[in-house]
Design a protein around this ligand. Structure first.
Ligand code: VGL
Ligand code: ZN
Length: 203
């Protein structure tokens, strides 16, 4: 069975959102179109409580982009984004969610961030996606969405660690690019672990 996993197409990651990924909205028509070519469509949502430790606003004296230690691991500080049950955390209005079989949530624990759609950044807590795939004997996944250099990248790395065949549909992703070169470095890391980069036209 071929599976499409659509990562974080939420208002806060789109232009006008609090953690807008440049040109993030451009992948929505592709997300809608690509779903028809897959037997199973899954999606993820970044889903933070208001007191989440990745928000700069929750660390007086710290600013956006600062790096701190959070529960034993390094954490970049972000703007408040994707707070549970707020408009920013909702899927983009033009994103067709009718074919999504299950939505996995991540970043729920206030003390640990979670970029990957499989595990939190400390690899302590699972989102349930790995078990979901295993139960259905799914060994092959296709990833798309936001952001290429965070959630998509770490999902591809974890997928490989789990022994899954992981594909990243490049033209269906956009990155944050906090530092110059981040996007190229993300692509290198994705390739290095043996994930396959492809374009939607090759599907
Ligand atoms: C993401 C930064 C913080 C992402 C989530 O979805 O890529 N990036 N939280
Ligand atoms: Zn987040």
């Amino acid at each position: 069975m071929n599976v499409l996993i659509i990562v974080d197409l939420q208002n806060d990651f789109l232009p006008g959102g609090t953690l807008a990924v440049p040109h993030g909205d451009e992948v929505i028509p592709l997300a809608n179109e690509l779903q028809r070519r897959f037997e199973l469509v899954l999606a993820t949502r970044d889903w933070h409580p208001p007191d989440h430790g990745s928000f700069a606003a929750n660390h007086p004296g710290k600013k956006l982009g600062d790096r701190i230690m959070l529960d034993g691991i390094e954490q970049i500080l972000w703007p408040v984004h994707c707070v549970q049950n707020t408009h920013g955390a909702e899927f983009a209005p033009s994103f067709d969610t009718s074919r999504i079989a299950h939505v996995f949530h991540k970043g729920i624990d206030p003390r640990t961030d979670s970029y990957s759609t499989f595990f939190d950044n400390a690899h302590r807590r699972s989102t349930g996606l790995a078990d979901y795939l295993k139960k259905r004997s799914i060994k092959d996944i296709y990833l798309m969405g936001l952001a290429l250099d965070y959630c998509v990248k770490y999902s591809a790395l974890d997928a490989r660690q789990l022994g899954l065949k992981a594909h990243v549909i490049l033209d269906s992703c956009r990155g944050i690019g906090l530092e110059p070169g981040d996007l190229d470095r993300a692509l290198d890391e994705i390739k290095q672990v043996g994930a396959i980069l492809l374009q939607s036209s090759e599907l």
